[in-house]
Design a protein around this ligand. Structure first.
Ligand code: C2E
Ligand code: CA
Ligand code: CA
Ligand code: CA
Length: 275
């Protein structure tokens, strides 16, 4: 109970109390998760929209909590960002993903998500170079997914870092496109190789005219800049068909495949369930 200053007492909503407690539990558990081997990487394919061939796998973190089961990255990444643990976790994901990708066919890239917080690490470019070197992976096979906020919180540092990464030969993908505030001007200034259209636009297909208009505009703009376009969260055949007509290059989503453990990647390439 908490005094509200007028001599009466109010009780925390039990639900709120539970949220706070769970967050604290995650904070504590996350500190040791990496060393205890509770984190693993899953991989979801990006598929050429006309060829049906896998072009890339996106790396997605999974936390197998001993008492709570699988915890979603949507829940624990923000906690890792708040506590700074994302630095070590992100670097581990990067190194492990590069090592996995070195076992795949050369034509297939690996994408790794970078938190905006990782851009505060002055050693980021070196860490990427080290991960490639250690795995003996060609820089051209690594794609780094960043969000629009990385472009916006620019004090010239992120600008320089992205250009250094690009100079290493890695590709830069702009994730969740359309949910932030970046404009054409950003796409001209920054070395962007791929745009990933957020699922919220794909969900409106094939019927919503607004969704189609947005995707059509993104595709035409990207095409003139030589940027590749991936549609995220493709769940139905109707959406896939519409995305083909709209001119997207790749599709990613449950219709094609859910994220799979590392051990299932090669089988997925050999026998694609969507073919
Ligand atoms: P994201 O980068 O936008 O990743 C796509 C998310 O959409 C993934 O969720 C994926 O499993 C999910 N998804 C894929 N296809 C479909 C679909 O057809 N329908 C629906 N409803 N969802 C689909 P996940 O794995 O839960 O990851 C959530 C978010 O957590 C990611 O969103 C990303 O922002 C973050 N995340 C995951 N792994 C990492 C990581 O290693 N580092 C960082 N910094 N963030 C990560
Ligand atoms: Ca992503
Ligand atoms: Ca995304
Ligand atoms: Ca997202």
């Amino acid at each position: 109970a908490k005094a509200d200053g007028r001599g009466t007492f109010r009780f925390f909503e039990p639900a709120m109390d539970e949220v706070v407690r769970r967050k604290q539990e995650l904070r504590v558990g996350l500190r040791t998760a990496l060393d205890r081997g509770e984190l693993e990487l899953h991989f979801q394919p990006l598929v050429g929209i006309w060829t049906g061939e896998v072009t890339c796998f996106e790396t997605l973190l999974r936390w197998q909590h001993p008492g709570r089961g699988m915890i979603s990255p949507a829940e624990f990444i923000p906690v890792a960002e708040e506590t700074g643990l994302i630095m070590r976790m992100g670097e581990w994901a990067l190194r492990t993903a590069c090592k996995e990708a070195a076992r795949w066919p050369d034509a297939i890239r690996v994408a790794v998500n970078l938190s905006p917080v990782q851009f505060r690490n002055p050693g980021l470019v070196q860490a990427v170079a080290n991960a490639l070197e250690e795995a003996r992976l060609d820089a051209g096979r690594l794609e780094l997914e960043i969000t629009e906020s990385v472009l916006l919180q620019d004090d010239h540092t992120n600008f320089a870092v992205l250009h250094e990464l690009s100079r290493l030969g890695v590709r830069i993908a702009l994730d969740d496109f359309g949910t932030g505030f970046s404009s054409l001007a950003y796409l001209l200034r920054f070395p962007i190789d791929k745009i990933k259209i957020d699922r919220s636009f794909v969900t409106g297909l094939p019927d919503r005219r607004e969704s189609k208009a947005v995707i059509r505009a993104v595709v035409s703009m990207s095409r003139s800049l030589g940027i590749s376009v991936t549609a995220e969260g493709v769940e139905t055949a109707g959406q896939l068909k519409a995305l083909r007509q709209l001119g997207c290059n790749d599709a990613q989503g449950y219709l094609l495949s859910r994220p799979v453990p590392a051990a299932e990647v090669l089988a997925l390439i050999g026998q694609p369930p969507w073919a």
